[in-house]
Every structure is written in structure tokens, then in C-alpha cells.
Design a binder for this molecule. Structure first.
Ligand code: SAT
Ligand code: MN
Length: 588
């Protein structure tokens, strides 16, 4: 039989033994048919593939309830398998590649009995872009197939682009038995191959997302001189009509999606959204750092999203145009047949089913929606979508933001002294864990560049690669660090966040444009208070001081945490980072 794609698909079919093989074309009709199949699929223990929602409130929208044990990324079961453990680095689970495959072959063998194998050809990035990559995903889940329509460019264009070549990214996925003991997400960077079994959840199952666009792509970028990052991309137009482009990295569930669609609180400014999760950044021929978003959809956290916190997102969710919108593991108001999650309205409406499909008892104190419940929606629904979204060359980035969720220690905003100092600070970024990954939430873990779970090679080499990319940029972007999540002694957030984060963005633009000076501190440049516009916020001087406080006790703990984190890289850690850590210690 024919070309490399057909050959690969045949091999996977021989392994997984499906009843049927279906090649996805990417047409509107076909999308409807797959949704119909999902609607008819049998419900088991609350699990439901698709249920149509009220089209007058949420047009072209469907509710999905997953298996209750399959609600987040499974980092313990995620492996990166280059030939040596050293190449994977201390932060990835690793297995000898042949051993890993033997184990997976046993799990995949016959796993699609009675099911249809869907072959999904898709592009990450605009096919017209030199940075785009053709991929094939196989899956036996219609939920995954429909999600791929929303999140990527699905269709035959990809097959044409691959043509007779052997070069395409391969993803084999099966929900298997949805058994956490038989769940693995395994990456083989050398072969540009991902094998995932036992989960239907976003980051575990939509293999174009974290698996390819971050883990495999970061390893490709290391070899080819570019960066695959866990970043939003947005443009901010100022009253002069100039657009400043930012990329911004935050760990999962720290408000990236809200930031990418932020409503500017100052007159004369406009925000344009390009991406909410992934940025591929290349050094352009004119030596600027240019970013594309390889995805076409947003897979955002539902709880906390409302007309008040993110009106643009609510408009996006209600737009229901060409592509369907999916709600995963939210609650359902039965009388209106609309989704509900914590924070959508102030009080819990009556007649609610929780995310297990059970009638909700407000006295139970339980969650209606799972804390990691999500929506999957096309960027084409987004009212703030940038007209540069499809630009094959990407957009030139002038500022990079890094942020984490920190109740203390880290100030509201701070700018690095230069690129290398920025890499140092980003490499030691810490954040309190969230519900986006299985495990305990709320403990500080080091999450360099918000890439800890997503870097497909040794992180020490990744830090070196970042510095190397900076050296190729005559005028590198400024690097900023933000923390929207500082709390007072009573555990209350002291910064209002959401739209008011724009006040900080405005300061960054002023810095980029050289309009304001800044105060030099031990950890970087911080704003002169007169330059950070907080008018109308009613924030006391005391709170402002707290937002920018550098507490010696907290910082000595921070330095300890960084030292501990760095220790695992041994001699592989770039010397420059050790030097910056020593400098920080001295200047504190
Ligand atoms: O990895 S997902 O795409 O499922 C969401 C996230 O954790 O950022
Ligand atoms: Mn993410």
C-alpha cells in the first residue's frame, strides 16, 4: 500500500484491531455526524459523550461528562523517552524507548475492538507558514475527534502537504479502558511520535496540544533554533495606534486565557488575542522574535469565568458559529439546559445536576462543576481575535511575561535587568499547584517558564537554549515577572486582578517604549509608584507597599528553593544561572 501515512495507519490498525477505519475530512457535515454519534453513545455511570445544550443560550454547544477518574493531566503517567535518561533530564519520567514501546504494544493490542479508528490529518499552524507542522492523530474517541476540529486545522490539506514524505508528527491515541492503572502518555521525540492510552482528557488525549506542540516541539526547537512555549500571545494597541505584542507564560489554571482576552481598563487601548496556551517563537530573517499560535481553539478553565471576570470569553462561548463549543465536566441547569460552573453567577441556581450527572444538593458543600472543568471553543468565535492571527510569519514580540500563583514573596511586577537575568528568573519561577494536574493543589513547586510538565528534553539544556536564542536577538524583548495572587494574612487576594491587570500591562508598554524609568532592586526593576496607574482602585498605601514588598525572610526561603531545584541538574546547569543566583544572594 501507498505512502508513509497509509503505511503507518495500517500498522496501527493491525495493532489496535478496530471494527472500522474512518479518515476524517474536516467538513461541516462530517462534524455534525460525529457529534450525532457522540450523542447516541451509551451513558455509563454519569459519563456522557455529548448532550446538546440549549441552542438559544449556547448555540452549537455540547456538554461532555468524562469518566470521573479522568479529569486532568496525569503527570505521573506521562513519559518522555529519548534514548537516554540524561537527555530527558531530571524533570521527566523516562523509560528506555524499546521497553516503553513493548509495554505500550501490549496495552494497545486489540484495544479498539468494537470501535472505530478515526484518522485525523491536521496542521499545527497555518499551512502557509514556514513554521507550521503536519501531523496525523489516530483516536477511537469522537469527543477527541470533535475537539481536534476546534483546536487544530483538520483536513486533507495536511495529507497534500505530507505528500510522499515520511515527515509528519504521529499520535496514536486510545481511551483504552479508562483505567488509571493502564494509562500512559508517552513521547518518543526521536521519532516525533506520541502514544497515549487510557485517558480522554484534553492534555492527555488531544495529542497536538501539550504532547506535540510543547513536548515534542520543544525538542525540535532545541535542534532547530526556536522555542516552543506554554504562552499566550496578545497585541495591545495604544492611543498612538501602535500595537505592542506580548507573549506570556503561566502554569495551567493561572488565568492565561483571561489575560489573553483582557478588557483594557484605560480609554484608547485595545487588546487583540492571538493565543491562550501555546506560542512557537522563531528568530525571523530580520532578527526579531516572532510568535505564532499553532492552535485554532481555546481549552480554558470554566470555574471563575463570568460576564464580570471575562466578558469577551462569555461572548466567545455564546457565539456558536461554524465550530461547535464543548463544555466538559461542568454542571447542568436542567430547566434551561445550560451549563453552570462555580463563579458563573453569584448563587447556585436551582435544578442543577453536578458534573457526575447527579442532582445537586446545595447543602452538600460539594463542587457543582469539577474545579478543572473546561470549555473547548474556536478562536474564530472570539470578538477580540487579532487580524494577525493567521499571519504565516507570526507577530514580533516586544515583551515576555512570566507569572505564577504566589501568596507571598513575589512582587506584583518586576522587570529583569536584561535577557540573561530574565532567563535566570524564569528558570526559577515558582507557583502553587492547581487542579489542572492530578495531585495536591496549593503547594509551591518550581515551574521554570511554566514548562516543567511540558519540556521534552533536559531542562538544563533548555535554559542554555533560551540564552542562546537571546544572543541571536540584537534587541531582545523585555522580560517581566508578575504575580496577581498575593494574599494578606487572612488569605484574601490583595490585588483585584482580572481587568485591573491591564494597569500592569500599561506600565510594561511604557517601559518598552522608554516612557518611564524604574527603580533598581535586588530582584529587578520595579515601578516608581507614580508610573503605575491605580486611580479608581481604592488601594491603600499599605497594600501597595505589600504588593511590592521584598521580605528578607521570604526571599531567603526562595533562594533555598531555587538552590534545591538547581541542584538536580548538577554540572549540566549553565554557569550563568549559578552566577545570577550568587548575585541574588549577595544583593539580598
Ligand atoms: O494540558 S491541558 O491542555 O489539558 C490544560 C492545561 O493543563 O494547561
Ligand atoms: Mn496550558
Amino acid at each position: 500500500m501507498g505512502n508513509a501515512v497509509e503505511k503507518w495507519v495500517e500498522e496501527q490498525a493491525r495493532l489496535t484491531e478496530p471494527d472500522k477505519i474512518y479518515w476524517v475530512q474536516g467538513t461541516e457535515d462530517e462534524m455534525r455526524r460525529l457529534i450525532e454519534i457522540g450523542i447516541k453513545e451509551e451513558k455509563t455511570a454519569g459519563h456522557q459523550t455529548f448532550r446538546e445544550l440549549n441552542p438559544s443560550a449556547f448555540p452549537n454547544s455540547y456538554l461532555h461528562w468524562s469518566h470521573p477518574n479522568d479529569v486532568a493531566r496525569a503527570e505521573q503517567l506521562t513519559f518522555v523517552c529519548p534514548p537516554t535518561k540524561e537527555a530527558a533530564g531530571p524533570n521527566n519520567n523516562w523509560m528506555e524507548p524499546e521497553k516503553a514501546k513493548q509495554m505500550l504494544y501490549e496495552l494497545f493490542h486489540g484495544c479498539m475492538h468494537g470501535r472505530t479508528l478515526y484518522v485525523i490529518p491536521y496542521m499545527m499552524g497555518n499551512p502557509a507558514s514556514p513554521y507550521a507542522k503536519p501531523c496525523i492523530q489516530i483516536t477511537d474517541s469522537v469527543y477527541v475527534a470533535v475537539s481536534m476540529y476546534i483546536m487544530t486545522r483538520v483536513g486533507n490539506e495536511t495529507l497534500k502537504r505530507i505528500g510522499g514524505s515520511e515527515k509528519f508528527v504521529k499520535g496514536l491515541h486510545s481511551i483504552g479502558e479508562l483505567d488509571p492503572n493502564k494509562r500512559f502518555i508517552m513521547h518518543f521525540p526521536q521519532e516525533e511520535l506520541v502514544m497515549s492510552i487510557g485517558s480522554g482528557y484534553g492534555g492527555n488525549a488531544l495529542l497536538g496540544k501539550k504532547c506535540f506542540s510543547l513536548r515534542i516541539a520543544s525538542a525540535q526547537g532545541y535542534g532547530e533554533g526556536w522555542l516552543a512555549e506554554h504562552m499566550i500571545i496578545m497585541g495591545v494597541e495604544d492611543p498612538d495606534g501602535d500595537v505592542t505584542y506580548f507573549a506570556g507564560a503561566f502554569p495551567s489554571a493561572c488565568g492565561k486565557t483571561n489575560l489573553a482576552m483582557i478588557d483594557p481598563v484605560f480609554a484608547g487601548y485595545k487588546v487583540f488575542t492571538l493565543g491562550d496556551d501555546i506560542a512557537w517563537m522563531n528568530v525571523s530573517p530580520d532578527k526579531r522574535l516572532c510568535a505564532i499560535n499553532p492552535e485554532t481553539g481555546m481549552f480554558g478553565v470554566a470555574p471563575g469565568t463570568s460576564d464580570k471576570t471575562n466578558l469577551n470569553m462569555m461572548k466567545t462561548l455564546r457565539a456558536g458559529k461554524f465550530y461547535p463549543t464543548l463544555f466538559t465536566n461542568t454542571g447542568l441547569i436542567t430547566t434551561s439546559n445550560t451549563p453552570w460552573w462555580e463563579g458563573l453567577t453569584e448563587t447556585v441556581p436551582e435544578n442543577m445536576l453536578d458534573w457526575h450527572g447527579n442532582p445537586y444538593d446545595p447543602k452538600s458543600g460539594k463542587d457543582v462543576a469539577h474545579p478543572n472543568s473546561r470549555f473547548t471553543v474556536s478562536v474564530s468565535n472570539c470578538p477580540t481575535l487579532s487580524k494577525e492571527f493567521d499571519n504565516p510569519n507570526g507577530v514580533p514580540i516586544s515583551g515576555i511575561l512570566f507569572g505564577g500563583r504566589r501568596s507571598d514573596t513575589v512582587p506584583l511586577v518586576c522587570e529583569s535587568f536584561d535577557w540573561e537575568h530574565g532567563v535566570f528568573k524564569a528558570s526559577s519561577l515558582g507557583s502553587e499547584t492547581t487542579a489542572a494536574a492530578a495531585g495536591q493543589a496549593g503547594v509551591v513547586r518550581r515551574d521554570p517558564m511554566a514548562m516543567l510538565p511540558f519540556c521534552g528534553y533536559n531542562m538544563a539544556d533548555y535554559f542554555g537554549h533560551w540564552m542562546e536564542v537571546g544572543r541571536r536577538l540584537p534587541d531582545p524583548p523585555k522580560i517581566f515577572f508578575v504575580n496577581w495572587f498575593k494574599k494578606d494574612a487572612a488569605g484574601k487576594f490583595i490585588w483585584p486582578g482580572f481587568s485591573d491587570n491591564f494597569r500592569v500591562i500599561k506600565w510594561m508598554i511604557d517601559r518598552i517604549k522608554g516612557k518611564v524609568s524604574a527603580k533598581e532592586t535586588a530582584v529587578g526593576f520595579m515601578p516608581n509608584m507614580a508610573d503605575l496607574n491605580v486611580s479608581g482602585l481604592n488601594i491603600s498605601k499599605e497594600i501597595m507597599d505589600k504588593l511590592f514588598e521584598l521580605n528578607p525572610g521570604e526571599w531567603s526561603k526562595e533562594v533555598e528553593g531555587i538552590e534545591q531545584f538547581y541542584a538536580q541538574f548538577g554540572t549540566r546547569l549553565p554557569e550563568a544561572l549559578k552566577r545570577h543566583l550568587e548575585n541574588l544572594k549577595k544583593s539580598l
